[in-house]
Design a protein around this ligand. Structure first.
Ligand code: BT5
Length: 266
């Protein structure tokens, strides 16, 4: 059986993945999904684009996502009923869905690294790129780009990365793709209804580096500031919470979180 048939057999969703565009190679599945979402007529919510490899895989802020054969490169089109300010929270949700799916298909334990990564033993196994388009002051669509390292070896990946194969739990891509969508769909529904309400504590329990010395660099802002302190997790809006010596709890909406090698001082 081909990828699409088996993938569809594994799906337990109502909308996510019910329309699939499968490509042997493309620059970026996020670009294909964006074009489908803004075409006339637009593709339905839940449409998924999957490629065997990408030639221009995108990370955040213009960074590159290495996309050789063996990985999962998937973009999901959503038309959620949320405010524009809530869009980044979907990346956290997708990271949590990936983490749950990895456990579901292979028993692999992973952690969600705020705001958009999944780590296994401190190494990056998956990354999320969340892009959106507005129509007036409302969200028209969101493209959730999900990259998961599945069958790559060390030579295919950057330092500080791992794959399911390297972690000792190789799996078929279709199985992982379907499991992610199965986990994600009910989370998106719940999020649209209640925000992080019930999901918040579950995500918090899966978060990496709680209680550890961290720093957040906001590379998007011209100030390029760094906040250092002890990581407390995220608040109800999905902002990272840092206990900063001398300042108390500071909530940070966006940025790059990393571990600090030296303990923080006041
Ligand atoms: C991300 O950005 O982690 C978002 C990655 C999203 C990839 C998916 S694949 C399907 C869809 N189509 C796309 O074009 N993109 C999405 P960021 O947090 O900025 O992390 C990027 C950094 O991760 C890079 O600068 C590298 O250090 C590292 N990296 C690159 N490729 C990697 C890989 N395959 N595995 C682990 N780390 C990687």
């Amino acid at each position: 059986m081909d990828f699409k048939t088996v993938f569809t057999l594994c799906l337990r969703t109502e909308k996510l993945g019910r329309r699939v565009v499968q490509l042997p190679v493309t620059a970026s599945t996020n670009l294909v999904a964006r074009d489908l979402a803004s075409s006339s007529p637009p593709c339905p919510s839940g449409t998924v684009v999957i490629a065997d490899r990408q030639t221009g895989g995108k990370g955040r802020l213009g960074r590159q996502w290495l996309s050789p054969p063996g990985g999962l490169y998937m973009s999901v089109v959503l038309r959620p009923s949320i405010a524009p300010g809530q869009v980044p929270q979907l990346a956290i949700l997708a990271g949590f869905a990936v983490s749950e799916a990895l456990r579901d298909v292979s028993g692999l334990e992973s952690q969600v690294k705020w705001p958009n990564d999944v780590l296994v033993d401190g190494l990056k196994i998956a990354g999320i790129l969340c892009e959106s388009a507005l129509l007036g002051d409302r969200v028209d669509h969101v493209v959730l780009g999900i990259g998961v390292n599945i069958d790559q070896g060390k030579d295919d990946l950057p330092q500080n990365a791992t794959s399911m194969r390297l972690a000792g739990t190789p799996r078929e891509r279709y199985l992982v793709a379907a499991a992610i969508l199965n986990a994600l769909e009910p989370m998106v529904w719940e999020y649209e209804e209640h925000g992080f309400g019930n999901l918040g504590p579950r995500i918090q329990a899966a978060m990496a580096w709680i209680g550890q010395a961290v720093q957040i660099r906001d590379q998007a802002s011209s100030a390029d500031y760094v906040i250092s302190g002890s990581f407390l997790g995220m608040d109800k809006s999905g902002r990272a919470l840092i206990q900063v010596p001398g300042r108390g709890e500071v909530a940070v909406p966006a940025g790059d979180l990393s571990l600090r090698l030296t303990p923080c001082s006041s």
